[in-house]
Design a protein around this ligand. Structure first.
Ligand SMILES: [Zn+2]
Length: 309
């Protein structure tokens, strides 16, 4: 016992004496605050057909978090190609989380559906049976990322053009091209607060349209009124945005570019929408992808050449 105590005393004396000779670090000034890494990348479900790479980009100052997802539907190429263009962005404040290819199996097949059906209808699967769906784990990943975000943007592509009233077969309420889709303009929370996806969608559309010269390609806001009794879009109750709004109380938009244009043009429209959303959310950036259609066209050609080698 006595020996044991003596060892303890010696160890205590040695350690405490050692501290006397350590240089005392100066107190952290505001310039020296701990800065999180500006960029991190993580791949979930690696080496499988459902591998999902997520890019986390952080600014050195605090701010909101914008989550951008692409490729939930594998036949909407502009969505995942546009999201990928933000991977090298640098932002000053807040965070940008990018999931360019959420539904890798669908993208590989170049089809809307992946392994478990339309992934944008799987966000309300019943708890008891959801594990039977092979895409449930990918949906769970998306849900966990939504939890980290303040704003959520899901990028899509569709034929023709949305219009609130019938104008033509190409331009009417059942079409989806060139619109920011919201589930409701105002969402009331139980505590009396409210979220305004409608206001955000309008402001993003306004910023986007300042950069889109052709009036026929300007963005409109499409309110699907998903939770309402007279909705035309009951199917949207299983969507990513409806889940984000109603279960996690996040401002969520689906942005739809038309397929009635070239691929570089569609990518430019979605790039404009994401750039506008960043601005509207108050996330300042040093570098963002160009909105120039010719440059985007060259990027795609270079990417194709690279993927062939
Ligand atoms: Zn879609």
């Amino acid at each position: 016992m006595a020996d044991h105590r003596r060892i303890k005393t010696v160890v205590f004396f040695t350690v405490s004496t050692a501290f006397l000779f350590l240089p005392i670090p100066p107190p952290l000034s505001t310039e020296e605050k701990v800065i999180p890494p500006a960029y991190q990348q993580k791949t979930y479900f690696p080496e499988t057909s459902q591998a999902v790479t997520v890019h986390f980009i952080s600014g050195s100052d605090k701010g909101p978090t914008l989550l951008v997802l692409g490729g939930i539907h594998g036949d909407e190429e502009a969505g995942y190609l546009a999201a990928e263009r933000f991977v090298h962005s640098r932002i000053r404040n807040g965070n940008l989380i990018l999931v360019p290819r959420l539904n890798a199996a669908a993208i590989k097949k170049r089809q809307r559906q992946g392994l478990g059906g339309d992934m944008n209808r799987l966000f309300d699967l019943p708890e008891k049976t959801r594990h039977r769906n092979p895409d449930a784990k990918v949906v769970d990943l998306a849900k966990s990322l939504i939890q980290q975000a303040d704003y959520v943007i899901n990028l899509h592509q569709a034929y023709d053009f949305y219009a609130p009233r019938w104008i033509s077969r190409e331009r009417n309420p059942s079409k989806w091209g060139q619109c920011n889709v919201i589930d409701t303009p105002t969402y009331h929370l139980r505590n009396g607060d409210k979220l305004e996806p409608g206001g955000f969608a309008q402001k993003v559309a306004r910023r986007s349209n300042e950069r889109i010269k052709k009036k026929s390609y300007q963005f409109l806001v499409n309110n699907t009124n998903t939770g309402g009794p007279k909705t035309r879009h009951k199917e949207q109750k299983g969507s990513l945005t409806y889940y984000a709004l109603t279960k996690q109380h996040k401002i969520a938009l689906a942005v739809e570019a038309t397929k009635n244009c070239s691929l570089p043009e569609a990518i430019a429209f979605l790039t404009i929408a994401v750039n506008s959303a960043l601005e509207e959310a108050g996330i300042q950036s040093d570098t963002l992808p160009t909105e120039d259609v010719l440059v985007i066209g060259r990027e795609i050609n270079t990417g194709k050449k690279k993927s062939k080698t």
